[in-house]
Write a protein that binds this ligand. Structure first.
Ligand code: NDP
Length: 283
C-alpha cells in the first residue's frame, strides 16, 4: 500500500502499516518527512505518481479536500483500477464529490473519518468511520482494523464524514459545557484541575442517559412517563448563577433557548429530549 501525506496523522498511519508488515510506499510534498519511515522499512517514492503506481491500495492523508484534488487530479489516470482510501477530513458534500470524481475514472473510492489523535492509532479507542465502495472497504478492512476499529456505513461516501462531524459536534459542545462549569467555579478559587476531577465521573455517568433519550426520540413520543420534563429543566437558575459569577452566559444560554422554545410552544410537560425539535427546526 502507499500513503500520500506524512503529516502528524499520515506519518503515524504509515508507521503502523510498516510495523504490521505491509509493504509500504510513502510520499510527502516536502522532502524529509519520509526519512524515519524509510529507516523502519518503508520505501520513499520521489513523486506522488510513483507512489500511486507502486500499490493497489492508495491511502491519502492530506490537509483538506482542496489539497487532495491538487495532488490527485493530474494523476487520475494512474489511479484507475486502484483503491483510493481517503482519510483526509472532508465535509459530506466534499466526500460525495470525490467519490463521483473517482467513479468517473474507474477508481474505487472509500472515504474514511479518523476518530482518534495520532497517539491513539493502533490503540483501543481509535475508530475509523468508512463509507463509499463496499468492495474497497472489503479490501481495506484488514489495514483499517490495524489503525482502529473500522465501521462501514454503506455506499453513500458522505456518511462517514457526516458521522465524524456529528460526533465531533457532540464533543465540542460537551467540552464547552465542561469549560463553562470550570469558569463558574473559578472565582470561588476552584482550580480547573479540581473541577475536572468532579466533572469527568459526573459526565461519564450522565452518558448513561443517551439510550433513554434515543428511545424517546425514535419512538416519537416525548410524553413517555418517567422523563425529566422541560419545565423542570428550565435553566434560569444556572444562567443567573453564571452571571453572578461574572462570566459569560453564552454556553448555558444556548441550551436554555432550546428548552424555552419548546416550553413556549406548549410542550413544557414533555421530556427534555424534545429540545431536539428546537435543533431540527431552526428558529
Ligand atoms: P498535518 O498538518 O500534520 O499534515 C498535513 C499534510 O498534508 C502534510 O503531509 C502536508 O505536506 C500535506 N499537504 C498540505 N497541503 C498540501 C498540498 N497542497 N499538496 C500536497 N500536500 C499537502 O495534518 P495531519 O496529518 O494532522 O492531518 C491530516 C488529515 O488527517 C487532515 O485532514 C486532518 O483533519 C485529519 N485528521 C487528523 C487528526 C489529528 O489529530 N492530527 C485526527 C483526525 C483526522 P507538507 O509536509 O509538505 O506540508
Amino acid at each position: 500500500m502507499s500513503v500520500l501525506g506524512l503529516g502528524a496523522m499520515g506519518g503515524v498511519l504509515a508507521a503502523a502499516a510498516v510495523r504490521d508488515g505491509y509493504e509500504t510506499t510513502v510520499w510527502n510534498r516536502s522532502a524529509g518527512r519520509a526519512q524515519a519511515l524509510v529507516a523502519e522499512g518503508a520505501v520513499a517514492a520521489p513523486t506522488a505518481g510513483e507512489a500511486i503506481r507502486g500499490s493497489q491500495i492508495v491511502v491519502v492523508c492530506l490537509l483538506d479536500h482542496a489539497s487532495v484534488h491538487e495532488v490527485l487530479d493530474p494523476l487520475v489516470g494512474d489511479l484507475a483500477g486502484r483503491t483510493l482510501l481517503n482519510v483526509t477530513t472532508t465535509s459530506p458534500a466534499e466526500a460525495r464529490e470525490l467519490a463521483a470524481w473517482a467513479a468517473a475514472s474507474g477508481v474505487e473510492y472509500l472515504d474514511g473519518g479518523i476518530l482518534a489523535v495520532p497517539a491513539m492509532i493502533g490503540q483501543p479507542g481509535s475508530t475509523i468511520l468508512c463509507s463509499g465502495s463496499a468492495a474497497a472497504f472489503g479490501r481495506c478492512a484488514p489495514l483499517l482494523d490495524r489503525w482502529g476499529k473500522s465501521t462501514y456505513f454503506g455506499e453513500d461516501a458522505g456518511l462517514a464524514s457526516l458521522y465524524d462531524l456529528a460526533l465531533l459536534a457532540s464533543m465540542y459542545v460537551m467540552f464547552a459545557g465542561f469549560l463553562h462549569g470550570a469558569a463558574m467555579v473559578a472565582p470561588a478559587g476552584v482550580s480547573a484541575r479540581e473541577f475536572a476531577g468532579m466533572a469527568a465521573p459526573w459526565l461519564t455517568a450522565m452518558t448513561g442517559g443517551f439510550d433513554g433519550f434515543a428511545a424517546v426520540i425514535d419512538g416519537k413520543d416525548y410524553t413517555v412517563a418517567g422523563q425529566q420534563s422541560l419545565e423542570f429543566s428550565d435553566l434560569s437558575h444556572i444562567v443567573s448563577a453564571s452571571a453572578e459569577q461574572g462570566i459569560s452566559t453564552e454556553v448555558i444560554d444556548m441550551v436554555q433557548r432550546l428548552v424555552r422554545r419548546q416550553i413556549d410552544l406548549g410542550h413544557g410537560s414533555d421530556g427534555f429530549a424534545r429540545i431536539i425539535e428546537s435543533i431540527k427546526a431552526p428558529a
